[in-house]
Design a protein around this ligand. Structure first.
Ligand code: ZN
Length: 451
């Protein structure tokens, strides 16, 4: 048991309105054992030797959690902007990539995408995974081969993963069968989905959670099967919710109620549940989500990319929903950008400033995301928590002269210089230690992009 020590120029400690200068931290076996602010360069108590501490110039944050990812969407970045289109035409392009992936090519693509996340300070990803089966929906010999590829990809990229195994059974709210590329997503029914997922139990850096793709993809009478599976295991449960007005309209037409009301009526909502997007909820939906303490995961860079709209985030938080963040389609992988967009989008809508403090945004990117993914022991620089340390330089062209408290409004993923995950160094001097990220992204995307 050797201790690793770091001396952060600034560290953002729990319950502090702004970063603290000169903080000594120590970890043993991947857990933080000491957090000691220095006074006049000396430890305040109990810490004697500074000589072996790794210096972390800049601002050190807890690990960032990317609570909503579809790793293969990374292959679409920059390729969907010709012409106009909308969410639905974008989705057709996404299906083209989905058709070409197999466990080997997905491992390569996800490893590169997750390594890009590591470079951006992400220490844990929530992978909302529905590309389960082979072409035409035929299961692989190992029916969880694609899940295993994603878990292995996270290990090779040096980050933790919650594999949110997604139940995806129908194409529309009124139950049209899966067709074409969607056939790879389907398990037939929720019981068979549960059977398959129950056979997959990775350990260590990975956990398994559940997801309901959306009310389009899981028939109402099968929602409780998925929710029950997650509940019995104490697993996280995520669901795409009201990303598009068309989903609300279709749900009202078929079920006579909103998607949120439908989930509530089938016992899906609750504190272990995260609604992803929640861009178009009604006032009653906001109350249902908040009263049940259902979390909300915003993905602002994707929502803007897909012209989804702006969710009523301030109202949802005030109603009681904890907030987390995701890069979703990976048009951008930058949790700083996601975080400040929560505040900046609200400014655009209200024409007023000051809806979320820097501490609120930090919480959404760290504790909020980790909690939504089932890692309650991560996201804080505190004794007993996982030793995830993300250091942002304060001397780059973007951050020079910025006070540490202002980092969330100035820094980008490119300013992350050092990343430690569970006590292990993954990124140093802005370079991933085991993955050549640009080269691997280029090759993995070329292999699946179809020319
Ligand atoms: Zn999504």
């Amino acid at each position: 048991m050797t201790a690793t020590r770091w001396l952060a120029e600034y560290a953002w400690l729990p319950d502090h309105a702004e970063p603290t200068p000169d903080v000594l931290m120590e970890a043993v076996d991947g857990r933080i054992t000491t957090v000691a602010p220095l006074t006049a360069g000396r430890p305040t108590a109990g810490v004697e030797v500074l000589g072996d501490a790794v210096r972390l110039p800049g601002l050190t944050l807890p690990g960032l959690a990317n609570a909503h990812s579809h790793a293969f969407h990374r292959a679409l970045r920059g390729r969907t902007h010709a012409g106009r289109g909308n969410f639905w035409t974008w989705r057709d392009g996404m299906y083209g990539v989905a058709q070409r992936l197999d466990p080997d090519s997905y491992l390569a693509l996800a490893r590169a995408a997750y390594a890009e996340m590591a470079l951006a300070g992400v220490t844990c990803v929530g992978e909302f995974h529905y590309l389960h089966h082979g072409p035409n929906g035929t299961p692989y010999d190992d029916p969880n081969a694609m899940s295993a590829a994603l878990v292995e990809a996270a290990a090779q990229a040096g980050i933790r993963i919650t594999l949110l195994d997604t139940c995806y059974l129908t194409a529309t709210v009124d139950g049209a069968p899966l067709a074409g590329p969607q056939r790879r997503f389907g398990d037939g029914d929720a019981l068979r989905w549960a059977d398959r997922v129950s056979g997959f139990s990775p350990a260590g850096h990975a956990r398994v959670g559940a997801a309901i793709h959306s009310v389009r993809a899981v028939p109402a009478e099968q929602l409780a099967t998925v929710a029950g599976w997650a509940d019995r295991r104490g697993a996280a449960l995520h669901v795409h919710l009201s990303e598009q007005p068309a989903e609300n309209d279709a749900c009202r037409a078929v079920h006579g109620r909103t998607p949120t009301r439908l989930l509530a009526d089938h016992g899906v909502l609750g504190p272990a549940v995260t609604a992803v997007h929640a861009t178009h909820p009604t006032g009653a939906d906001v109350a249902l989500l908040g009263e049940s303490r259902t979390g909300v995961c915003l993905c602002p860079t994707t929502e803007r990319d897909l012209a989804d709209g702006i969710g009523p985030v301030r109202r949802m938080v005030e109603a009681g929903s904890p907030l987390s963040l995701g890069s979703d389609s990976h048009a951008v992988i930058d949790l700083f950008e996601e975080a400040r967009a929560v505040e900046l989008d609200e400014r655009l809508r209200t024409r007023r400033r000051g809806h979320f403090s820097a501490v609120d945004l930090l919480a959404a990117a760290t504790t909020g995301g980790h909690a939504a993914l089932g890692w309650a022991d991560a996201g804080r620089l505190a004794v007993g928590d996982r030793a995830d340390l993300v250091t942002v330089r304060l001397d780059t062209a973007r951050t020079a002269g910025v006070p540490p408290v202002g980092a969330f409004f100035a820094a980008t993923a490119a300013d992350v210089s050092s990343v430690v995950v569970d006590g292990r160094q993954v990124v140093r001097d802005g370079v991933h230690l085991t993955v050549d990220v640009p080269a691997e992204l280029r090759d993995a995307i070329a292999a699946v992009s179809g020319g």
